[in-house]
Write a protein that binds this ligand. Structure first.
Ligand code: AMP
Length: 189
């Protein structure tokens, strides 16, 4: 299965993506994790993106598309988390998958309100101390989600492959809804 998971920061995307990846035996490709690892390793990419991550801004599309192209090149299945965040990234992803004849099977949207997302991010900031979980960065990331990533959400909704899941339920309830949706997808393949 080739699955995309969308939702604002704090929607529980990462947690659910990991569970789906384990269930379907597909790699979990999380662009945020890839970038944070680069920062932690002090690589050239890490130096380049560190200030961007700290502000909660978006890394330039070209850089992200190149990174994903390389990462997905040899994968038949994946759970993609954190990409695409802009229409340009979505267009590049669709073109890339089209080219290799491996279209997406499903797009899952975890819907949560800004209040719930902000509350969860603030709790995570206290627990994990992520540099991009400062109040300003949280506000900036949610603003960018509404301004840019919601257009990606609309794009996949129009394409008819998006499933909306209520992300405000418990983790297990969200996962059960995702499993139900993916069973329908698998049965129709
Ligand atoms: P995440 O863990 O998905 O919330 O990503 C953490 C940070 O990495 C984001 O706030 C962005 O600065 C950067 N990032 C991750 N994925 C992307 C992407 N697809 N496009 C641009 N920036 C990204």
């Amino acid at each position: 299965m080739r699955i995309l998971i969308l939702g604002p920061q704090g929607s529980g995307k990462g947690t659910q993506a990991k569970r789906i990846a384990a269930e379907y035996d597909a790699p979990h490709v999380a662009t945020g994790d890839i970038l944070r690892t680069a920062v932690a390793n002090g690589s050239e990419l890490g130096h380049q993106v560190r200030p961007i991550l700290e502000r909660g801004d978006l890394v330039p599309d070209d850089l992200m598309v190149g990174l994903i192209r390389e990462r997905l090149a040899d994968e038949n299945a994946f759970v993609l988390d954190g990409f695409p965040r802009t229409v340009a990234q979505a267009e590049a992803l669709d073109a890339m998958l089209d080219e290799i004849g491996k279209p997406l099977d499903a797009v899952i949207l975890l819907r949560v309100s800004d209040e719930v997302a902000t509350g969860r991010l603030e709790a995570r900031a206290r627990e994990e101390g992520r540099a991009d979980d400062s109040p300003e960065a949280i506000r900036n990331r949610l603003r960018l989600y509404h301004e840019l990533t919601e257009q990606v959400v609309d794009r996949y909704q129009l394409a008819g492959i998006e499933v909306i899941v209520d992300g405000e339920q418990t983790m297990d309830e969200v996962f059960a809804d995702i499993q139900d949706a993916l069973q329908v997808v698998a049965a129709s393949r």
